[in-house]
Structure formats: C-alpha cells, structure tokens
Write a new protein. Structure first.
Length: 292
C-alpha cells in the first residue's frame, strides 16, 4: 500500500464537477483552475457587474468554505503578480494614478481568460486605465455570505498575498541606470563595456536625436542645452529626428552606451535609455562603428 492515498475524482449525480473535486480535496487552486471559474461569468449581462458575477458566486457558494477560500487565495495571488511598477507604468505612462485605480485595472486581467492574463504579465498586452472590474473582489465574501446566510462583512478569511497596490515590494523596486545595463547585456552574449554619459554641466538627462540611416546620434542636455555628438561618421547630411519613449512618448532619457569589439575589429554599439517620465527601459539605437 502506498503511504499516501491517491485521490480519484468521480463524476456522478450530485457530485461537484471534476475540477472542483480536485480543489476540494487539495484545498488549493491553480491559476488554470481559477480561469475555469471565470468562464462562468455571464457576459450576456454586461453592464451589470454583479449580474455578470452571479453564476460564479452561486457556484462557489454551493460548495462551501474550502472552495471559496481557495478562490480568494488564487485571486489575490494573481492580482499580486500584476502589482509591478512596470505594468503600472505601461498603463499610466508616467501620469499620476491612485492605488485603487491600479487595483481595479488589474482586476480586468482576471476576467479575460488565462492567455490574456499571461500576456499582461509578460508585457505583450497592456491594461487600460479607463477599464476596471473591481466587483470581482467581492466574490469570495458574497459567496461565503450566501453559503452561510451571514453578512459579507463577517467574511473570516485573510489571504496570504495582498492584492493592494504596492504590496508586491519586489515588483515595485526602484528602477536605476543599472537596470539599463542589465537590459543591454541581455541583447548579446558578448560581455559589454558600459559607459555612462554625462554633460559637462554635470547633468545626465538628455533629449536624443537620431538618424537611423546614418547612425548619427546627438544628445542634447536637458539641463543646459549643450549638444553632444556620439557618432557622426557619415559623410551624408543626416536627418536627425527626436527620439520619443516607446511607452509614453516623452523625450527625456538617462542614457547608457554599451560596446564590444567584434571579431573583425569593428565596434558594436548599443545605446539604451531610461525614460525619465515613465521609467521604461529601451534600446534607442544599435549600430556598428567602422574601424579607422
Ligand atoms: Zn548640460
Ligand atoms: Zn516613457
């Protein structure tokens, strides 16, 4: 006999759906399970959030505390994972926002199935500042209140993770120019030489003008207006265009130049920027500096 008894979920009349049997047995929910539950939302009732949520509340209420608390735990954890500076900046683009606004915006990632949620975590999709679905936060207490015929205010469970904005300390770590170095280093296997760029006036924030055709790079000190030419090898007249942040369209960056010598002796150059408004890190330009 194995020491631990194996659990078999069995279909049958009056039995919970199989995926719920597994959750009730382990008292735990996976992210995949969580999104089975949000499949129960009734989008025919769109516009009335509580009507949309009703089938989900009814389902959780039917099977009691273990299921309700497991749902609550996974909801909190999924929201916690979205609680990062990077995701907030992608939504608000350097503008002010309230903690509640960002929480409500994150809730939207819970109601659009798992691929959407994963895409938001990975940065492939952006949440929107004008959308929210905060009603989902009340699902555990409403299901519990219905199950026990008690008031939702008396809901007794506290989750391990907090979904409140800025609970995820790791996710909100200060972004520094060091993060630009780390990002640039992910672009190549070659060890890069990093070079900080500062104006003679002491400031390190610049507007950047680029000509992608001739690889001409000109920095303009955001403080004193002095121009610094980084690369101007071309004999062609260059058409410099101001570079804007790919996230917020602002145009002031802290800049890092990273280089390595290629096998043929030419120098590969990456110029990375940290947007001073939204803190987005981006590659501004890369080019090969010809020898001689
Ligand atoms: Zn300056
Ligand atoms: Zn930006």
């Amino acid at each position: 006999m194995p020491e631990k008894e194996r659990f078999y979920a069995m279909p049958g009349p009056n039995k919970p759906p199989l995926f719920i049997q597994f959750i009730l047995h382990s008292k735990k929910m996976t992210p995949i399970d969580f999104f089975y539950f949000t499949d129960y939302l009734d989008w025919d009732k769109q516009g009335d959030d509580y009507a949309v949520l009703e089938p989900l509340i009814a389902l959780l209420a039917k099977y009691g505390d273990d299921l309700i608390f497991a749902f609550d735990e996974m909801m909190a954890e999924l929201l916690y994972r979205l609680d990062t500076r990077k995701i907030a900046q992608s939504v608000y683009k350097g503008e002010n926002f309230s903690a509640d606004e960002f929480l409500y915006a994150r809730c939207v990632a819970l109601i659009n199935a798992k691929p959407y949620y994963n895409a938001v975590v990975a940065g492939r999709k952006k949440l929107k500042s004008d959308l929210g679905f905060e009603a989902i936060l009340t699902v555990p207490e409403l299901a519990w209140a219905r199950c026990h015929k008690l008031h939702p205010y008396d809901y007794p469970h506290t989750t391990k993770y907090s979904y409140e904005t800025m609970s995820n300390e790791e996710g909100w770590k200060e972004i520094t120019i060091q993060d630009v170095d780390n990002y640039l280093q992910t672009l190549t296997k070659e060890p890069l030489d990093m070079q900080a760029i500062a104006c003679t006036c002491g400031h390190e924030e610049f507007r950047i003008k680029l000509d992608q055709q001739t690889n001409t790079v000109q920095l303009i000190c955001a403080s004193c207006g002095k121009e610094i030419n980084i690369n101007n090898q071309s004999t062609q007249p260059s058409k410099l265009k101001i570079k804007k942040c790919s996230n917020c369209k602002n145009d002031v960056f802290q800049v890092r130049k990273a280089t390595y010598i290629m096998e043929d002796g030419q120098t590969k150059v990456y110029i990375g920027g940290l947007c001073k408004k939204c803190e987005n890190i981006q590659l501004l330009i890369e080019y090969v500096l010809k020898k001689g």
